[in-house]
Ligand binder design. Sequence first.
Ligand SMILES: [Zn+2]
Length: 364
Amino acid sequence: MLIAAREQQLVDAKNAKRGVAYVCPACQHAVILHRGTRVQPYFAHTPQNPCTFQGEGETAQHVLGKRQLSVFFAAWGPVTLEKVLPSIAQRADCWIDHQPRPVALEFQCSPINRDEVAERTRGYQRLGVYPFWLLGSRYARQKLGWSLIDRFASWLRGWGLCLLFWDVTRQELRIDHHICQAVTGEYLCQTVWVSDVAALSAGAQRRLWWSEPNIARFRFELDRDLRRSSLTLRPLQTAIYLTGHHLAGFPQTLVTTGVTAPIFGRGLLLWRVMVAAWLFERPSLLPETINGLAEEAFRLVGGHIAAVRFTGQPALQQAVDTLLTDLIHDQYLVKIPTGWRVLSEPHWDADYTAWLENDEKILG
Ligand SMILES: [Zn+2]
């Protein structure tokens, strides 16, 4: 830690003197001043008297990063390093007296599980504070996926759903923003580096760009994975077989492009395929039937309805509405007073090989 107490006064490690007794401002246990030539001066608890407040063990990256972040965010308001918050038994790495509400920075360098992130986030929210999770190098190396999104992603004005990373070497903030998912399941984001807090406040400046999903390749890979009896696909394939269809032979009319909220597990397309397979087994549908099928299919494709800081419910509802609109537009369904009636069923291929004959470019 960077801040300790002596005779009720807070002392920054860079101003501390050797041979003086300091205590932890949170738990009042004795702490030792460490200063070397290669690392920033810092205080540490002794192994005999560990801290009773939650927080992470200190690494050189964490100590240095906190100091850098206190400078980086200074334009947003007075910064307090390692602010102790007794009412929630937490200590913010940096606390910014920002208007209209304060911001708490958590510079996360060590491993942390979902429950712990959720608990600390709720603690800050109880105090009416906006928590900023800034991730260290361990996280910056990870591939974008649900595990990172679930724990740390939050909405930020001008940036959509995003993850923030602090790089102590560059002394810059990396923003992975407008996080979303291709209909074929890949997690996507745009990445920028910002070197001051004004750029963070300004929001994304470049036009967003997403590549079109390659549906032919998706079908090919789906078929390949099914032949390898992929464990994650097996429940889907079983469910589709029961409707008399083959997963990779899904009707082209179910194909959609664009991006979705990153909640659909193996992707929106497989979800639409699953819902449609079930939906056309019935002559007519009530809204609650549709919603039930939508939720069951969502579970089967490995969807996640809630993250620590956002909910996927509106996105799932929108996916239901869009699928129904598409099927009505293509004259497979018609709206009736009680719900929807099936007019005809879209064509499914017996398997993927029918597509091989139509589509040679994926073989090239
Ligand atoms: Zn302590």
